[in-house]
Every structure is written in C-alpha cells, then in structure tokens.
Design a binder for this molecule. Structure first.
Ligand code: GLY
Length: 333
C-alpha cells in the first residue's frame, strides 16, 4: 500500500517505520521534522506514574506499549534506560498525592510499596529530605530526540504528499487540519535541560507544595527538569514564571541542581483531547487515518500507536478506546 504520513514527530515516524517494516511504500511529510512536542519531551515510559484518576485507560494502553519499547529501541539502536521511577512527596500534603497514586494503582492490581524517608533516600542518596515516596521499578525512559533522529534515518521524508497515495495518516499533533482541528487543544509544557555531575539514577517524580515536577536523567551528565502544564491559546513560549517554578520545585527535591549548568529551556504544546486519550484510527473520511492527540503520552504510546495504525490499514481493526469517531457517536454527526 502507498501510505503518506503527515507529521514527523515520534508518532508519525514510528507509524512510518512500522508500515515500512511491513512492506508498505511510505513517505513522511513535515516541513519541520521532529520539531514539535517530541522535541520537548522528556521521554518517560511511565504508565504507572503518569496515570491519574479519570484517565485509567492510559495504564492499560501504556503497559501494552511499554512492552513494545525494548524491541523498538533495539531496532533503532537507542538506549532504553530501565531504572524505574521514584515517586516522592516533599511534605505531608505531597505524600498524600503519592499515597493516592499508590491506591489508584492497587485498584488496578498493581502492588506498589510505600517508602518512608529512609527508603527513598536509600534509593536516591542525593535526594532532599522528603516525606516519603514509592518505587515503580518497571518504568523506563528514552531520549526522544535520539529516537526521532534514528527514525528519520529510516524513513523517506518528502516535501509534498503523493497524489496517488492509497492512505494518509495524519500525525500532526496539536495542529490538526480541518475538520479535526478542534479535536485537540494545546497544553503548554515547559522543560529545562541541565548538565550536572550529580544526577539521579532513575526518573524522580514528585510533588513539592502541590507542584508536580520530574527529573529524568540521561545516560551521560544531562538531566531534564519538567514540566509546567498550562492550557492556553497563545504560542508556547518559555515563561520566566514557568522556569522559576520548575527550578524552585526541582531544587527542593534535588539540591545538587544548584550547581547544574542550565543548557536549554523549551516550550511546546501537548496535544490534549477532551477525554485525555489519543485519536488513533479511522476518521470517517475514506483512506484518512488519525494518529494524534497523545497529550502527555506520545513517547510512551508511540509503538502501540504505530502497530494500531498499521493493523487498521491492513485489516480494518480499531482500538475502541482510541477510535477518533467516539466524539461523534450519539451526537449530531
Ligand atoms: N509526559 C510528561 C509531560 O507531559 O510533561
């Protein structure tokens, strides 16, 4: 099948790679490859740490996608860090957030043990004196920029779509064409990249006075500190207030950040949908498939999305939770 993929973020690129692997003739079209949300993303593969009340489907989908990541990372020759996630609460109120997360996971059959002060400090000795936390040992992370670079080496990038394409996959994140533009909206995320000789061993996610923050180490001396979250209409710029909040919360959890070199501050829009789940599958328009709206979960859900897109094009199969037509059912259209 001749398939055009519009959008060279991690979603479009993994879909293109999967389709090419299955023998299809694929081109990818994007004036700014890998320049959208994938450029900002921290690359956490954290289905348990990222799930929240009302968004529990992410746990099921995220676990299924996480299983596919080792094979994808191996194919691309990129590092998959499998050091887990340490959830932490800075003060008593923040620890209640951790406890709620642990209870939510227990409700889904995933037993996670709470750790006291000493427990979290032994997992990450350079952590500040926090109230407590929990360890999620199965979680992982990748470098989305490295992933996208490896994918770009493996796909054919073109300037324009082919008039004779038999199918089109729209994977343009937060900027969908009509008639789907209103199905996603931007939630700005600001993230900092730092260089430090004292990074955590694993992803550290926490709440500091109610502010959610995470630190994600790379294999070298780099560490990411993210992320703000703000629904807005304006272009996603880095704000002074966002940087201040991130640094204050990050430093409270990880005092060594004081000595870190601030390398980069990035802002991009996360593509959010009304129910927090992506749009993957048929659109109702012949031969046009969506793979967009991944909100906070694009990196995690990339291999699963790629497989769903390819399966749909080959067999018509649809994952009901992600069916883009769900927003039209029972309504006027
Ligand atoms: N998944 C991380 C974020 O959206 O900030």
């Amino acid at each position: 099948m001749r398939v055009d993929v519009v959008g060279a973020g991690i979603i479009g690129l993994t879909a293109a790679e999967e389709l090419s692997r299955r023998g299809h003739d694929v081109v990818v079209v994007d004036p700014q490859p890998a320049g959208g949300a994938s450029y900002a993303a921290a690359g956490m593969l954290s289905p348990a740490a990222e799930v929240w009340h009302g968004e529990e489907e992410i746990l099921r989908l995220g676990l299924a996608s996480l299983e596919q990541w080792p094979a994808l990372a191996a194919r691309l020759g990129v590092e998959l860090r499998r050091a887990g996630t340490l959830l932490v609460g800075y003060d008593g109120g923040d620890l209640q957030q951790v406890e709620r997360q642990v209870a939510l996971l227990a409700g889904h059959g995933r037993h996670v043990e709470l750790l006291g002060r000493a427990g979290v400090r032994s997992a990450e000795p350079a952590l500040a004196r926090v109230a407590g936390g929990a360890l999620l040992p199965d979680e992982a992370s990748v470098d989305p920029r490295a992933v996208c670079a490896a994918l770009l080496d493996r796909v054919a990038l073109r300037e324009a779509r082919r008039p004779d394409a038999e199918a089109t996959v729209i994977a343009t994140g937060v900027t969908l064409p009509e008639p789907w533009a209103a199905a996603v909206s931007g939630v700005r995320g600001e993230i900092l990249r730092l260089r430090s000789d004292d990074s955590p061993r694993r992803t550290v996610r926490g709440w500091v006075g109610g502010e959610a923050v995470y630190l994600v180490p790379r294999g070298d001396d780099r560490v990411l500190l993210g992320a703000t979250s703000e629904a807005h209409q304006a272009p996603p710029v880095v704000s002074a207030g966002g940087v201040l909040r991130l640094l204050a919360a990050g430093r409270a959890l990880w005092p060594a950040l004081d000595r870190a070199e601030l390398v980069e501050a990035t802002a991009r829009d996360r593509p959010a949908t009304a129910d927090g789940l992506p749009l993957v599958g048929p659109t109702g328009v012949d031969r046009v498939v969506l793979a967009a709206g991944h909100y906070r979960h694009g990196v995690l859900l990339a291999p699963l999305t790629a497989r769903l897109v390819a399966d749909h094009l080959e067999t018509g199969a649809v994952e009901p939770a992600l069916d883009p037509r769900r927003f039209h059912r029972g309504g006027e259209g």
